[in-house]
Write a protein that binds this ligand. Structure first.
Ligand SMILES: CCCCCCCCCCC/C=C/C(=O)SCCNC(=O)CCNC(=O)[C@H](O)C(C)(C)COP(=O)(O)OP(=O)(O)OC[C@H]1O[C@@H](n2cnc3c(N)ncnc32)[C@H](O)[C@@H]1OP(=O)(O)O
Length: 292
């Protein structure tokens, strides 16, 4: 089994195409798609990129989306972008997390490609030397929360949106690297309390436990505060900053570098188990009922 996963990873690692940015202008990532999943807008004065997830209806994280995100981060690094602000084009959802359709009734090799892409893209975002901020302008459950936690600073639009690692409510388990990200933000006690119950926090609750750093009342304010955070690093030498970030995040980085294949195998085994599949089926049905 590990052989399949290793070759899958090889293919994926070579699948991130690259393309030069034509200076500080707007560009769309990866494929010349009339409806890109992610828009990137680089401010020509500050060199800060606003990366807007634009995969309606709820920015689920599936393989094409994650591949595109990985490509975007690579491009921004190559172009020495000064900052990355992650936000959503939706008025109510930052990201609904992993696309359950990538896991529900999916063949094991498809699940493996999906998970490997998630692992690689997460690691790129989590460890990038570019200062990162999540401008959370909508709900951010599970993988949506992970995306926000992988950034260095979180500004959330309140009060009506929610955020959290709710996996246990779905009968699935947040892997250790999700948990490490949460623990880095809120500490071990709050992590255990939050994850064992799968709690979704209101924006105010999230601020109170340190899951987010700032509350604002709309997206424009969130973007303005995100720019302010990035401006703090104007006079900090980039290499010193990057290495300090790596040292601070070494637990998560080490976990992924050393345990990537074990994590992948565990994921495929757990996600394809009859009980996890039943749980996903019921959850999808509940989501569908809610939306009709
Ligand atoms: C080492 C140990 C490893 C073990 C690991 C094994 C197990 C793997 C676990 C991995 C961790 C998982 C992480 C995840 O991210 S799982 C996904 C969790 N996400 C959610 O719970 C969010 C679900 N969605 C919602 O709550 C709402 O959609 C939301 C509040 C985000 C927005 O609500 P809104 O009313 O605006 O929109 P709708 O609910 O009507 O949704 C619109 C359509 O989108 C579909 N949808 C929503 N979320 C998902 C999703 N995550 N995946 C797939 N599809 C989704 C929804 O069904 C609607 O579809 P239709 O329009 O067709 O009805």
């Amino acid at each position: 089994m590990a052989g399949i996963y290793r070759s899958t990873r090889y293919v994926l690692q070579n699948a991130f195409g690259s393309r030069s940015l034509p200076g500080a202008v707007r560009f769309y990532s990866q494929k010349p798609d009339p409806a890109p999943l992610i828009n990137v807008d680089v401010d020509s004065k500050t060199g800060v990129a606003t990366v807007t997830m634009n995969s309606p209806p709820v920015n689920t994280l599936n393989t094409p989306f994650l591949n595109e995100m990985g490509g975007v981060i690579k491009e921004l690094e190559k172009n020495k972008t000064r900052g990355l602000i992650l936000t959503s084009s939706s008025n109510s959802v930052f990201s609904a997390g992993l696309d359950i359709m990538e896991m529900y009734k999916a063949p094991r090799d498809q699940m493996a490609v999906f998970w490997t892409t998630l692992q690689n893209t997460w690691l790129s975002l989590y460890r990038t030397g570019i200062p990162t901020v999540a401008a959370i302008n909508g709900h951010a459950p599970a993988g949506g929360c992970l995306l926000a936690l992988s950034c260095e600073y979180r500004v959330m639009v309140g009060p009506k949106f929610t955020i959290g690692l709710n996996e246990t409510q779905l009968g699935i388990v947040a892997p250790p690297w999700f948990l490490i990200c949460m623990r880095e933000a809120v500490g071990p006690r709050q992590t255990e309390l939050a994850l064992t119950s799968g709690k979704m926090f209101t924006a105010t609750e999230a601020l109170n436990i340190g899951l987010v750093d700032q509350l604002v009342s709309n997206k424009e304010e969130a973007l303005a505060e995100a720019h302010k955070f990035i401006a703090r690093f104007a006079k900090i030498p980039p290499l010193a900053r990057k290495l300090t970030k790596e040292f601070t995040r070494q637990e998560g980085i080490k976990y992924m570098e050393e345990k990537m294949l074990d994590d992948l195998e565990t994921f495929v085994d757990v996600a394809s188990s009859p009980s996890a599949q039943k749980g996903m089926e019921m959850y999808l049905e509940a989501l569908k009922k809610k939306s009709t």
